[in-house]
Design a protein around this ligand. Structure first.
Ligand code: MIC
Ligand code: SF4
Length: 641
């Protein structure tokens, strides 16, 4: 029996553990990436490890999320990141160079390499055959220190692609179809591996749109083989030497198979407020649209912008629509500027902005009250756009441009013949906005503005956890619910005390005050708790507010790892029915915690308010138990040193 591509790359990077699905493995990491919103915490943690230099083959620090610079804080963060990069041997991608995932795909992603990124959409580089995984900042800091990354050995899903996309149907529709079938928790614990004859019809940026949004399935990663199409892409990037052919063995075995006939797909769209609320565009057609946003790490490639330009050429954006465009990178922007497509976009009335995340993370361009916004992005969680009651839909670039032209949700197939765009044979590959570190950074001073506050810490886990249930949430709670982003809060990413005022702001604005009054407590949630962003702030801030345990029906992977990393105990209901009995304000007590964790025994949780007890379990490796007992991974590392 042969290996899947996922198994081949894992086998080549296995540092510890058995390749049994669900069991913890240690993976050697070749490359890391960070972005500014998660980067400051990551590097504060790397600094705490007291090493002279990173030990990876390549580490890149990108600035792409927060570039509004409404005051000194944001610019201070950029300066801090640039100085840290120079000191520790990290490449620094300057603001304006583009979205981390797009730039990494263009300039650094490598078939067969492992990439760990402090951002959930890191699997974008899976589009060229890299095993790319998103993680919390501390895990990335540890990888930069040369230690393995620990993750449950994934199950591997084979997606067999057959046929060929019809005109007006794009790669985005492939991943929306996956979300329609598997839902936002369908990928948890799995790597999604794309195979089959349909693969060859997809370009690398199209493959990357698909692997990017595998994050919305909750998947550990998504990956395409490295073939002639990959070779051509890398050659056009002037780095054909990074290419190697890679694919699953012909007799590879998989845990699951999903079949998609590309030819049978139609333009799809995710309705508010979840990326898996997928419908054919035709079903939603006619709804008036007030905003269209094109960009984000999912759909901001040269192909995307050339397609929009071809559709808009000589026309004008509908009078009630504001169309914004964020190119994915400087390379994309320069290419469309030189080809003339940029002129077509501007002439048609598009508002062209910085290459960066922009409206995707609520950094400007918040829609009007109750407005319908159609976006080529990957997340439409309530309030993420900056407007609580905005109705955000997710679609491919073709559908977005069609809506911008007509002012209503429009199936692009109603517009006649699809535009034909040409991919340039070589790209504007210029790394002049990447600052390379000096050979020796010992003399470099790290520059810290007043917004960069020290990391909060906690002591070891006590033998007894007692406290009140601070909040009971439903299923699929995202890290955007726990720790929102946006223009008001992102500048505080290096300042946990200041961020804590916004914890669970959109779920219950009284939460931070109540948590402080109660001196901490316990959180309760449903299925897939903590899906979405990798931001470790969603664990650090509750820890700072005194949360000691989170009890849920199930966790999303990255958030659970982040809880362990900061020393919050992640527990699961042994019987999901117990979730229904708990109420906010109930006092819970768990005794003998340390012994039970050491022996791998379930915990008994006594509800003192209602007078009953229930069982809670946990799925933690021995390493994770040690981390929780120590009060977090940094405490553990210090103790071991
Ligand atoms: C996101 O898309 O939510 C982000 C912002 O890129 C996050 C990272 C962050 O919160 O800084 C992610 O996806 O991990
Ligand atoms: Fe940036 Fe949006 Fe991509 Fe996150 S999902 S990295 S905010 S573009």
């Amino acid at each position: 029996m042969g290996d899947s591509l996922t198994y081949k790359i894992i086998r080549a990077h296995l540092a510890s553990g058995e390749m049994t699905p669900g069991a913890e493995i240690g993976l050697r990491i070749d490359q890391t990436l960070t972005q500014d919103a998660t980067g400051t915490m990551t590097y504060l943690q790397f600094e705490a490890m007291d090493l002279p230099r990173v030990k990876t083959d390549l580490s890149v620090s990108y600035v792409d999320h927060n570039m509004l610079q409404t005051d000194f804080r944001n610019a201070d963060d950029h300066r801090y990141l640039q100085s840290v990069a120079a000191k520790y041997g990290i490449l620094f991608s300057r603001p304006g160079n583009g979205i981390c995932h797009q730039v990494h795909l263009e300039r650094f992603g490598k078939p067969g390499a492992t990439l760990l990124g402090a951002d959930s959409h890191t699997p974008t580089s899976g589009g060229l055959g890299s095993l790319a995984i998103g993680a919390g900042g501390l895990d990335v800091a540890i990888a930069m220190a040369g230690a393995p990354f620990y993750v449950p050995m994934p199950r591997v899903v084979r997606v067999l692609l057959t046929g060929k996309l019809s005109p007006w149907v794009s790669a985005k529709d492939v991943i929306l179809e996956m979300l329609r079938r598997l839902t936002v928790k369908g990928g948890v614990g799995k790597v999604i591996e794309y195979t089959g004859p349909g693969v060859a019809c997809l370009s690398v940026p199209e493959r990357a749109s698909i692997t990017n949004m595998g994050a919305e399935l909750g998947a550990t990663s998504s990956i395409f083989p490295s073939d002639d199409v990959t070779r051509e892409y890398l050659a056009a990037q002037g780095r054909v030497e990074d290419w190697q052919p890679l694919a699953a063995d012909p007799d590879a075995t998989y845990d699951e198979t999903v079949e998609i006939d590309l030819g049978a797909l139609v333009p799809l769209m995710a309705a508010p407020f979840s990326p898996d609320a997928v419908h054919p565009v035709a079903e939603l057609a006619g709804t008036p649209v007030q905003q269209v946003c094109i960009g984000s790490c999912t759909n901001s490639s040269i192909r995307d912008l050339e397609t929009v330009a071809a559709m808009l050429r000589g026309k004008t954006v509908a009078p009630d629509v504001s169309l914004t465009i964020n190119p994915g990178s400087k390379q994309v922007l320069t290419t469309v500027a030189r080809s003339g497509a940029l002129g077509d976009l501007i002439a048609a009335g598009a508002r062209v902005m910085d290459p960066g995340c922009g409206p995707c993370i609520g950094m400007g361009q918040a829609p009007a009250s109750g407005a319908v916004s159609v976006r080529s992005f990957n997340r439409n969680f309530k309030g993420r756009s900056g407007t609580d009651d905005a109705q955000v839909y997710l679609a491919g670039t073709e559908t977005c441009a069609a809506c911008a032209l007509t002012g209503v949700i429009t199936d692009p197939r109603d517009l006649g013949a699809a535009p034909v765009t040409e991919t340039p044979a070589s790209f504007q590959a210029d790394d002049n906005m990447i600052v390379r570190p000096p050979a020796d950074g010992a003399e470099i001073e790290i520059v810290r503005g007043p917004n960069i506050q020290p990391l909060p810490t906690r002591g070891p886990l006590e033998g007894e956890i007692a406290g009140e249930v601070l909040l009971v949430t439903g299923d699929n709670i995202t890290t955007d619910h726990i720790m929102p982003a946006g223009a008001q809060i992102l500048p505080l990413r290096s300042n946990i005390p200041a961020m804590s005022d916004f914890c669970f702001q959109r779920v219950d604005p009284t939460f931070p005050e109540r948590a402080r009054q109660a001196g901490g407590g316990i959180l309760v949630g449903g299925e897939n708790y903590g899906q979405g962003s990798s931001r470790e702030h969603a664990a650090l801030v509750p820890m700072y507010l005194g949360v000691e345990a989170v009890i849920v029906k199930s966790f999303a992977r990255i958030h659970k790892a982040n809880l362990v990393n900061v020393g919050i105990l992640p527990l699961e209901f042994a019987d999901a029915a117990d979730y229904d009995r708990l109420a906010q304000g109930d006092r819970l007590r768990i005794v003998g915690v340390r012994e039970a964790l050491r022996e791998g025994q379930p915990l008994t949780v006594t509800n003192e308010t209602q007078g009953y007890a229930f069982q809670a379990t946990y799925d933690l490796s021995a390493r994770q138990v040690d981390a929780v007992l120590a009060g977090g991974v940094l405490n553990l590392i210090k103790a071991q040193a």
